[in-house]
Design a protein around this ligand. Structure first.
Ligand code: ATP
Ligand code: MG
Length: 314
């Protein structure tokens, strides 16, 4: 049984297609769609699998889309535990416009989860036959869920003797208590949301990273900065990493691949500095592939060797 479990409270069936031109009011003939299982934690589990590791993906699943996500994960040999719910799992559409190269992404809200649905997801986590070392909660909460849910996941994770890795936004980040989170991976937008202020420039970014550690929001904070790299902050210090330069085919999936790389690195016993380097390599590797494709292992390994050790923050 894998030592990583991922939790995705609002998964989606990702449908990607292309059309010549988006013209209002016209029938837009699209190419044969590609179907992918999607949502933060599901992508993290898929990316870990691509990197050569194993993770179990847990998520609420309802209706035919929930079933299809399960089947697609099976086809990729990703272990999963769908938790049946009454609502219908959502779909997301990505349409690439051939004539302009523009991309349109349509994101549905997802089904409301009742308190009972949420409880059953937590129970599923508690009932894993072998205890995970890490629980990764990634992606947004579903409609109807409150910010208290993150605390409940943290409590279950603690009881399992595991560590919680959180990559989320909005309500899931509100009210995190001291000691809840082992590793937090916000991007700049999520960091702003979390601290409730603008963060502009390297000095403010580093100050924010240190503040989260001082406030014991998490033991490890990794702020991802897109092509500008990342900042790692722990009790031991604060470091800045430069991202490798890669040809960008699509920006989808960098964050999820990064989290996958970091947690996979940690389970392999790497230092946190090397785990973050590996995560950055996986994030960059995801960008080299078109559409929603996640990181490939050989690209990740090659980029990992190119990412220099970080410099201490100023
Ligand atoms: N253009 C880029 N070039 C090189 N590396 C990149 C680039 N964009 C992202 N990365 C790598 O991937 C990591 C995660 O990317 P990013 O900060 O965009 O995550 P995110 O905002 O959470 O993404 P997502 O939208 O997928 O959730 C970065 O810290 C960096 O290491
Ligand atoms: Mg992200």
């Amino acid at each position: 049984m894998p030592s990583i479990a991922t939790l995705t409270m609002n998964p989606a069936l990702d449908i990607a297609s292309t059309t010549a031109r988006i013209i209002p009011g016209e029938k837009l003939r699209c190419t044969v769609p590609r179907y992918d299982p999607g949502g933060g934690g599901i992508n993290v589990a898929r990316a870990i699998h691509k990197l050569g590791g194993e993770a179990i993906a847990m998520f609420p699943a309802g209706g035919p889309m929930g079933e299809l996500i399960k089947q697609l994960l099976h086809a990729e040999n990703v272990i999963c535990r769908p938790v049946p719910i009454a609502g219908l799992t959502r779909e997301s559409f990505t349409i690439d416009e051939q004539q302009t190269g523009r991309q349109f992404r349509f994101v549905m809200p997802g089904p409301s989860l009742s308190a009972d649905d949420a409880d059953r997801c937590l129970d599923e986590l508690a009932s894993l036959s072998s205890r995970p070392e890490y629980v990764v909660m990634s992606g947004s909460l579903a409609p109807g869920m409150t910010s208290a849910f993150s605390g409940r996941v943290a409590e279950r994770t603690r009881r399992l003797g595991a560590r919680l890795i959180l990559d989320s936004s909005g309500a899931a980040l509100r009210n995190i208590a001291r000691g809840d989170v082992y590793l937090l991976k916000p991007n700049l937008k999520e960091l702003r949301e979390l601290l409730g202020r603008e963060i502009v420039g390297p000095l403010r970014e580093e100050e924010a990273a240190r503040e989260l550690i001082a406030r014991r929001i998490a033991e490890i904070v990794v702020i991802s900065l897109g092509r500008a790299g990342a900042i790692l902050s722990t009790e031991e210090g604060c470091w800045r990493f430069n991202a490798p330069i890669v040809p960008v085919a699509s920006t989808v999936g960098a964050g999820d691949s990064m989290v996958a790389g970091i947690v996979f690195g940690l389970t392999r016993g790497e230092t946190i500095v090397d785990a973050v380097r590996y995560g950055m390599a996986a994030g960059a590797a995801a960008l080299m592939l078109p559409g929603t494709e996640l990181c490939q292992r050989n690209d990740t390994e090659r980029l990992f060797a190119k990412i220099a050790p970080p410099a201490p923050c100023g």
